[in-house]
Design a protein around this ligand. Sequence first.
Ligand code: IMP
Length: 442
Amino acid sequence: MANVIVVGAQFGDEGKAKVTDLLARNADMVVRYQGGANAGHTVVVHGETYKFHLIPSGILYPGKTCVLGPGMVIDPKSLLSELSGLMDRGLEDSKLRISASAHVTMPYHFLIDAAEEDSRGDQKIGTTKRGIGPTYADKCARSGIRMEDLLDRDVLKAKLDWMVPRKNVLLERIYNLPPLDADEIVNEYYELGQKVKKYVCDTAALIFQAIGDRKNILFEGAQGTLLDLDHGTYPFVTSSSPTAGGACTGTGVGPTTIDRVIGVMKAYVTRVGEGPFPTELTDSLGQRLREVGVEVGTTTGRPRRCGWFDAVLGRYAVRINGLDCLAITKLDVLDGFEEIQVCTAYRDKQTGETVTEMPTIGSKFQHMEPIYTTVKGWLTPTTECKSVKDLPENAKKYLDMISEELDCPIAIVSVGPNRDHTVVIEDPIHGPKRVLSKQPVK
Ligand code: IMP
């Protein structure tokens, strides 16, 4: 029995779905704990590509319970369309469960997300325009619509009769958009509620039961540590808690039930949307990483910004998530590079100071420039490597350097898109638990 969190340890798109897919084989339950249809998780199985936005990739294995937890925000239309696409390809929905407490992304959330973004001009966040921020804002304001509300027409109507006129003031007066009709939304969303009703339940109780039955539970994060609302590069973040702590609040399990936290990082860094990115390459090297790594957003189709591995951000992710070990993905993308750079510290452009920890003051972060250590590339294909001994020497040195810089062991290395393009260095779940290094006593 082991309860494991898989968390994105950079800016999202680290390849979490591939790692979740690998670990889901031995899990009984796979649980998404935050975010919504802004996520885009890709898994390639026997040459077939599956793209997930809301549903945990554990659905690829028959018999696994897949849970959408209370910390998520759910667009029921997107959910039903994703589900029917998966069922058309022969997958089963009988073990899908959705929290009655998860919040619903409503039509006005989409409109407000897009209108706010457009009005921000050069202050824009670069959101996915999936209504995520406005849905979480209503949740925090205690005026959100939850999945349970879709199941009761009277409750839904009462809430929307109050809410829609208020949203219309915003839409009409601030954004010059046509108003919405509350009754139409009640009818449409009640109907959607009827379609998803069979999946809706108290998922926290379900998970508690599974813990009691000593089942293996995998908590699947979306987005990444640096996009966390509290711990990311605010305001250029998403509105949920992708970090490991979010797995507890977003599902209703206590932290003592978690056995392992695995952080997923690419062998380089990508980011979609706006915000600081000290190691970003805006030249032909960045273009090359983008092309070789096929770095295009799964949800929005936007090209991803690309750059070298950033150990400062990596150390921060190890600390904020309490990572036990790392899964490094897309190592093969670096196969053709003669030289590879690793950012080990920043130089503050304003003061000239060397900075080894991530500055939490957003405005300071903008002034950081990377200090690089250059390492030699391996110029050998790694995709067919099956074990550590198959990896080229310089690739091993590169991985060792990352592990040392981050003071965290690497358990898994992904060397290609398929399930079997994976090198397992050590068992990420049953291997030794990471203990904090001793700090000098001051
Ligand atoms: P939102 O989550 O749509 O509000 O977008 C906020 C920020 O998070 C933007 O910079 C998005 O590009 C980014 N973001 C949201 N979801 C993902 C994801 O799944 N991968 C990478 N970036 C994401």
